[in-house]
Design a binder for this molecule. Structure first.
Ligand SMILES: *[C@@H]1O[C@H](CO)[C@@H](O)[C@H](O)[C@H]1NC(C)=O
Length: 393
């Protein structure tokens, strides 16, 4: 019997053409469902995601790892490169961590991309680390794991992260460490005001990082910047106390942070808005060419802050000063409200004063009855436009 149907064969031919077209477009797609991930939020999908990653990473064409709508339970997972070709992870579903915060272990990360070049992590999906249990553990002083950052890029070059929402990380939401050329855009980061150390985006030892159109509402810093070696958990150097992660100048031999641009973003209700923080200790690190532009602050406690005399509990550094040189930092069109009276604080190193600091069109208000204030120590630079609180440069 002859099965061939003229219409059928033309459909098949069309399908064939489309496949060729898709491959030519670099659209090899590895759907995690095909690797047995269950979108039920209960079944551990970690191995399925890893298998999809390995297929994409070793593919002879550019590829996409696709995570369709649904909820996927993930343990700590390491997506390791180098990959043969550009790789995209498109997340339209929700990645969730287990309610039991011990499930993320003591590695310091939840979702880690390591040594990958030409990476895109995009989509309309969310990443929910379910950090509340971990925060409560720390608060109670019980025995807790070190905690995990939600998404970490370690040694990742030419990358993009876009469209996603990160909710309730245990520690920092997004860490960009030792990377070159990373673009972050249209990302939302959300955690309660009182969640400890849930920094939004932390950039360290990296060059060429551009962050645009972000909305950040967290418990700690919105965007923090520094050179420095990666610090994994909160216990490592401040056991039992409120930890301060991501500070520069903890180790002496550090790389710098260079060419970071943050534009068009809104920060709401956090402890610190745009912060550069370095330990009051000798260091070889530097921070240079940082540009903040068009930022709205909504009731942020320290909207603009440089703190180079950071030495928690005066331990290990009480008579020292920061060796990190901060140079060429521009703040332009930063507007909104401060939740504390000092809206702008620059506390730079007496041995390495901040230089080339530019302020232009700053309007930060405190309460109607009391004016916001600024604070300057060991800083040089220029101003332009209206500056409120009064310029102290
Ligand atoms: C940093 O930016 C400057 C000015 O745009 C550029 O000349 C320099 O090459 C960049 N540095 C790196 C390490 O990419």
């Amino acid at each position: 019997m002859k099965i061939q149907h003229p219409q059928m064969s033309s459909i098949l031919f069309l399908h064939f053409l489309l496949s060729i077209f898709c491959i030519a477009q670099g659209a090899l797609t590895y759907n995690v469902i095909k690797f047995a991930a269950k979108p039920d939020g209960i079944t551990d999908a970690t191995q399925a995601f890893l298998k999809a990653w390995t297929s994409g990473c070793t593919a002879m064409e550019a590829s996409t790892i696709y995570v369709p709508k649904g909820r996927y339970l993930l343990k700590a997972v390491e997506f390791r490169g180098p990959c043969k070709n550009p790789i995209k992870v498109q997340i339209d579903g929700t990645l969730i961590a287990a309610m039991d915060y011990w499930a993320l272990g003591n590695s310091g990360y939840w979702i880690l991309f390591i040594q990958v070049n030409r990476l895109a992590v995009i989509g309309a999906g969310s990443i929910d680390a379910k950090g509340a249990g971990f925060w409560a553990c720390r608060k109670s002083g019980q025995n807790c794991p070190v905690g995990a950052r939600s998404i970490t890029f370690n040694w990742v070059n030419d990358a993009q992260i876009s469209g996603l929402t990160s909710i309730n990380s245990q520690l920092m939401h997004l860490v960009i460490n030792s990377c070159n050329n990373v673009r972050v855009s249209n990302v939302k980061i959300i955690a309660p005001d009182l969640s400890p150390n849930t920094d939004g985006i932390h950039v360290q030892s990296s060059t060429g990082v551009t962050i645009t159109n972000t909305l950040i509402k967290t418990g700690d810093d919105c965007i923090s910047i520094g050179p420095g070696t990666i610090i994994y958990g909160w216990k490592e150097y401040n056991a039992g106390r409120d930890m301060e992660s991501g500070s520069l100048g903890r180790s002496y031999n550090e790389k710098g942070v260079q060419n970071v641009t943050l534009i068009n973003s809104v920060f709401s209700g956090s402890d610190n808005g745009i912060r550069i923080k370095t330990w009051a200790r000798p260091s070889t690190g530097f921070v240079t060419n940082i540009n903040y532009r068009n930022i709205v602050m909504k009731n942020v406690e320290n909207p603009i802050i440089i703190d180079q005399n950071y030495c928690p509990n005066n331990e290990g550094c009480p008579s020292e000063t920061s060796g990190i040189k901060i140079n060429q930092v521009t703040y332009e069109n930063i507007q909104g409200t401060s939740a504390t009276q000092v809206a702008m604080a620059f506390d730079c190193s007496p041995t390495n004063p901040c230089s080339g600091i530019k302020l232009k069109d700053i309007k930060l208000t405190y309460l109607k009855s009391e004016k916001a204030q600024s604070f300057c120590n060991n800083i040089g630079g220029t101003v332009g436009g209206l500056i409120l609180p009064d310029n102290c440069l």
